[in-house]
Design a binder for this molecule. Structure first.
Ligand code: SAH
Ligand code: SF4
Length: 351
């Protein structure tokens, strides 16, 4: 059985036209049924002929990963623990805002980058997710909210995507790009590139490349104003120092003029002093950036403490005075452990 979710249009055409001998317009109908209507089995795709549906069902599927757990928080954040065909598990989360919301998707099982403050980073990398596994996280969310067919106007609940779940997207570049191209396709899921944000720990060679391959918004997990501090909390800094990350961001902005979000996790006594805020300001001078200050989300065994709210506010005030937006990210879904990697770890412990 080949799962059709995650095949590029070219690959789907190859299956349907070359291998099955069907006409090219069938590919368009099928694509529409899968990604616009969200049909979960071929029998429901009544726009297709009965005979074609039967032939599809013999060799192909449009199955989603199975849902091990679905939890909805008091603040309406919803989280799914999903199990892939080989038993590997990842999480995705839906974070509602006033009249829309973002689905946070994972790109890997575990992560090789090993940031010290990150729970996913403390779990070794098991494998990359396939493009289908990335796309289907969003489709599971759509299933859950019944948001099919793809709404055409701005009435969507599931309006945005943030690639901020488990894993480093640029360490799984090909599959992430392939998945996002499917998600952006106007005949299907139709999430525009302006509504997608890819977050990276700063895998330099792929940053500028992503501007031309995808053109989405970009977020950098900066988390420190200099290499010395960053190396302690993000060892990958030895390979890709901050100057190179900033250089790549400047390249990115030559293609995508939109501001870049600099994520900054507030770690008590480590990176949260006024001198660090000032150093940050000189680091990003001349670039269009906004900051996103993230209180550290503790997990069992973590070695850090979050900075106090007072300290975070003082830090934000310095950035704001210099003209930068610096909202503090409100932690959502605490009661369902919505922070990345936490639900998976809990369920694994429970057995
Ligand atoms: N690997 C990518 C995307 C996934 S992590 C990246 O690092 O950007 C998504 C965001 O969550 C990153 O900014 C990451 O630094 C942050 N994060 C990780 N662990 C966290 C924790 N314990 N508390 C708060 N934010 C955390
Ligand atoms: Fe990986 Fe991102 Fe976690 Fe770092 S913060 S370990 S890059 S998932």
């Amino acid at each position: 059985m080949i799962n059709l979710i995650g095949l590029s249009k070219e690959e789907l055409t190859n299956e349907i036209v070359e291998n099955m001998g069907e006409k090219p317009f069938r590919v368009r109908q099928l694509w529409h049924s899968i990604y616009n209507r969200g049909e979960k089995n071929f029998d429901d795709m009544t726009v297709l002929s009965k005979d074609f549906r039967a032939r599809l069902a013999e060799n192909y599927s449009v199955d989603r990963p199975s849902i091990v757990r679905e939890l909805t928080s008091e603040d309406k954040t919803r989280k799914w623990l999903l199990e892939m065909n080989d038993g590997k598990r990842v999480e995705s989360v839906y974070i509602p805002e006033e009249d829309r919301g973002a689905v946070c998707v994972s790109t890997q099982v575990g992560c090789a980058v090993g940031c010290k403050f990150c729970h996913t980073g403390s779990q070794k990398i098991e494998r990359n997710l396939t493009s289908g596994e990335i796309v289907s996280q969003f489709m599971v969310a759509r299933d859950s909210y019944g948001e099919w067919p793809s709404p055409v106007n701005d009435t969507r609940l599931l309006s945005n995507i943030v690639v901020m779940g488990m894993g480093e997207p640029f360490n799984n570049y090909e599959n992430t790009v392939k998945a996002l191209k499917i998600i952006m396709d106007g005949d299907g899921l139709a999430i525009s590139k302006r509504r997608i944000t890819v977050s990276t720990s700063g895998i330099v060679p792929y940053i500028a490349k992503a501007a031309s391959d995808l053109g989405t918004k970009l977020a950098i997990s900066l988390h420190a104003p200099n290499n010395e501090i960053r190396e302690k909390i993000m060892p990958i800094t030895k390979k890709y120092p901050i100057e190179e990350i900033i250089g790549a961001c400047k390249e990115y902005q030559k293609t995508i003029s939109h501001y870049i979000t600099m994520e900054y996790i507030m770690l008590d006594g480590i990176n949260d002093g006024p001198e660090h805020a000032k150093e940050l300001i000189s680091l990003v001078r001349g670039m269009g950036v906004k900051f996103n200050l993230i209180p550290f989300n503790a997990w069992p065994g973590s070695e850090f403490k979050s900075s106090s709210m007072n300290k975070i506010r003082a830090f934000a005030a310095i950035l704001e005075k210099a003209g930068y937006a610096a909202p503090v990210r409100v932690s959502r879904g605490q009661d369902i452990m919505a922070a990345c990697g936490q639900l998976k770890a809990k369920v694994n412990k429970e057995g």
